[in-house]
Design a protein around this ligand. Structure first.
Ligand code: MSP
Length: 717
């Protein structure tokens, strides 16, 4: 049997001087995406991450918190672990530099370096930034301060043990120059070569214990502790040793990090490996450093984004997706919640979520979820460029791979639209659905490294297992038995109202007595159509004519009817008009005034529709007669107007949403940003109950069929 290809990937181990921020989770997710991709290729993968727990910075913070260093690091290290779990990080091991085995291993290596003459006792003088835990050259300082931590470094002059880094200068230039020690992206390699050419000095690898006691003691001098970096680098080896698989996985295939720690990783780290006759890492990839609202994000500066909060607010996959879709991997970027929301709503919810929902709805509705194998629609399958995606992943162009996969998803949605699948039936529909289900299965497989939780949910709905990249072939599944479950990506909004639950409404008994009846539905994830300029123009024309007295009140309906015909909509009952508008406009009409239009046309049926943005409703939906004190801000206006006592109104807890004359309020108007809608049909006593419900269901079913929207009929209480 051929041995599986091995793949070993590492992240930096993170300082535990404070809780993790988005920067740490960024590198860790990147490593997770790459590790998962290699697992999908059938490789034997080892993915290591962990925490760097010694050194002056941590010693000082623990003291400030009145905790022993070990108690302090235990606490923070646990929070890193929990965070990684919350983000579905699939690391094979989590190393801590305070692990006894790691400390022992570091001592052994220090002894070896000392015995082989690579370490000697001397005096050291240099600037040191505690934030970086690194020595800085004068050239690194701006106005005498470390740029990253905005603080003045200490000038250290002390007795120390030094590592003969200078001896490795030529060798490092050679291995980095030739690509044997591959540093990517290219500009980073060049940058580091220039730095090494300016000359490498021997570096201090110890501190006197009386200054820094929180570190690994030098085996050959009990008065000194080891420089935190030498201790930390060794994690990449001890992480394997502790799992008894050093031989199998060393040398490491990919080491990820940001530019802040490139210099030490391109000098001290390979020099230590060369000095101890270990093989060099194959590839070191430097991703971008991102800012938050334009400023560097760091624990020391205190402008951090808490990744746990992000999960609670948006979901794990929303963050995972955004980080690799929006910020080109390898380039600097700016973290922005606005961009996160836009990517999530626009691409995960609208593109992927809707595709799955639409295809599964059609399969359930027409075939009870059972779809047999059919020939593949080549027009669709040809849109997937697997080679391109694999190439991008190999080159660690994670953002380009994701862009390509999501482009395919968008094409699948386009296919549903172009083929008007909701109008198709029987074999013709089955044919398309099989190809689309295969497309969804393959997309989910390719997306699994990026959004494992959601793709797991997709697989569950398709009743299939994950599989490997070899399964990215169309026509593999013999038959599908699909079952829709919940909403994959619930859209997010800024509004405080966005997550409220609406499940009932009420009608005042007095109105009930008058024969007022309502059927109301909550419809989720509704795409909103672009403004229909033609209708808007016509409406203005009608309004103008009314003003000029060219259409008197009696003729208003006739006027609407005429204009309605002009935009190609027949004068049908309200539900049909609305259904036709939905179909024609590619979404729900986003101008509430259109309501006047279709309702007016159908006024004689005694039924009218109302539609509101469900996420802007302030609870307590009810139909009642006003007492004259309620607030009402009409559509398009900013200030409340008076409402007459005894006027019939549709309200929430705060204000009137719709007045008797079908004038809606501004607050709940349907706009391009609306995602969930409450839609109701109301009628007088001439309208039969069933008719109202049929009308609402008709519109909801259309939205479900075409756009995969979920809906529920609200209880009347
Ligand atoms: N403990 C050392 C690393 C030792 S590895 C042998 C350390 N720790 S750290 O907590 O400061 O982590 C630095 C790393 O976290 C960066 O190299 C990068 O991987 C990640 N990031 C921290 N902030 C980041 C951004 N603002 N943007 C991108 N990555 C970020 O250095």
């Amino acid at each position: 049997m051929v041995a599986k290809k091995k793949f070993y990937i590492t992240t930096p181990i993170y300082y535990v001087n404070a809780e993790a921020h988005v920067g740490h989770i960024y590198t860790t997710i990147a490593a997770d995406v790459i590790a998962r991709w290699h697992r999908l290729q059938g490789e034997d993968v080892f993915f290591l991450t962990g925490t760097d727990e010694h050194g002056q910075k941590i010693q000082e913070i623990a003291e400030k918190n009145n905790l022993k260093p070990k108690e302090f690091v235990d606490k923070i290290s646990t929070s890193f672990k929990q965070l990684f779990q919350a983000y579905n990080i699939s690391n094979d091991f989590f190393i801590r530099t305070t692990d006894k085995k790691h400390e022992e291993s570091v001592k052994k290596i220090l002894q070896r370096l000392y015995d082989s003459g690579h370490i000697y006792k001397g005096h050291y003088e240099a600037y040191y930034c505690i934030g970086c835990e690194q020595y800085l050259n004068e050239a690194d300082l701006v106005e005498g301060k470390c740029i990253l931590h905005n603080r003045v470094p200490e000038l250290r002059k002390e007795e120390a043990y030094l590592f003969k880094l200078s001896q490795f200068q030529d060798k490092l230039l050679k291995v980095i120059g030739s690509g044997e020690y591959c540093i990517l992206p290219e500009r980073k390699r060049k940058e580091i070569l220039t730095f090494i050419q300016t000359g490498l000095k021997d570096i201090s690898i110890s501190r006197q214990k009386k200054q820094v006691s929180w570190g690994v003691e030098l085996p050959f001098d009990k008065n000194h502790t080891c420089f935190v970096w030498v201790d930390a680098f060794w994690n990449y080896l001890t992480g394997l040793e502790m799992n008894h698989n050093f031989k199998k996985f060393w040398p490491v295939d990919v080491q990820l990090m940001a530019g802040d720690i490139l210099r030490v990783h391109a000098t001290i780290w390979p020099a230590l490996l060369l000095a101890t006759k270990n093989k060099l890492p194959k590839k070191l990839f430097v991703h971008g450093y991102f800012t938050f609202d334009g400023r560097k994000m760091s624990k020391t500066l205190g402008n951090v984004v808490n990744p746990m909060e992000l999960v609670k607010k948006y979901s794990v996959d929303a963050v995972r997706y955004y980080l690799f879709r929006d910020i080109p991997f390898g380039e600097d970027g700016d973290f922005s919640e606005t961009a996160l929301k836009a990517r999530y709503n626009g691409e995960l919810a609208n593109d992927l979520g809707n595709l799955v929902s639409r295809v599964l709805s059609l399969a359930e509705k027409n075939f009870n979820g059972k779809i047999k194998k059919h020939p593949i629609d080549k027009k669709l399958s040809a849109k997937l460029d697997l080679k391109k995606i694999s190439k991008h992943m190999e080159n660690l162009e994670l953002h380009l791979a994701l862009q390509e996969i999501m482009g395919f998803v968008r094409n699948c949605n386009k296919h549903v639209n172009d083929e008007k699948l909701w109008e198709k039936k029987g074999k013709d529909l089955g044919l398309h659905l099989y190809s689309l289900l295969e497309a969804i299965r393959i997309s989910a497989l390719l997306l699994q490294p990026f959004i494992p939780e959601s793709t797991g949910k997709i697989n569950k709905q398709l009743s299939i297992q994950l599989g490997s990249l070899k399964d990215c072939k169309f026509g593999l599944v013999k038959s599908y038995s699909v079952k829709k479950e919940g909403i994959l990506f619930q859209k997010v909004d800024d509004e405080k109202h966005s997550h409220q639950q609406i499940d009932y409404f009420s009608i005042e008994p007095q109105l009930k007595k008058q024969g007022i009846n309502v059927c109301m539905a909550l419809i989720k994830n509704v795409p909103i159509a672009n403004k229909n300029n033609k209708i808007e123009e016509l409406k203005k024309e009608v309004a103008k004519k009314i003003l000029e007295g060219n259409i008197n009140n009696d003729n208003v309906l006739d006027g609407y009817r005429e204009f309605y015909r002009k935009v190609g909509l027949d004068c049908l009952p309200a539900a049909d008009n609305l259904v036709n508008l939905v179909k024609k406009n590619k979404g729900f009409p986003n101008i509430n005034n259109v309501v006047d239009c279709y309702n007016a046309v159908s006024a004689e049926t005694g039924l009218s529709f109302g539609a509101h943005d469900a996420d802007r409703v302030d609870g307590g939906l009810r139909f009642k007669t006003a007492n004259g004190s309620e607030r009402f801000v009409p559509l398009g206006e900013r200030l409340p107007v008076k409402i007459n006592e005894e006027e019939y109104a549709f309200m929430d807890d705060k204000e009137i949403l719709c007045r008797m004359d079908i004038k809606q309020c501004d607050k709940t108007k349907i706009t391009k940003n609306t995602k969930n809608i409450i839609l109701y049909a109301q009628g007088n006593r001439n309208v039969k109950d069933g008719y109202l419900k049929d009308a609402v269901v008709k519109v909801c079913e259309t939205l479900k069929e075409i756009y995969g929207c979920e809906y529920s009929i609200l209880k009347e209480v």
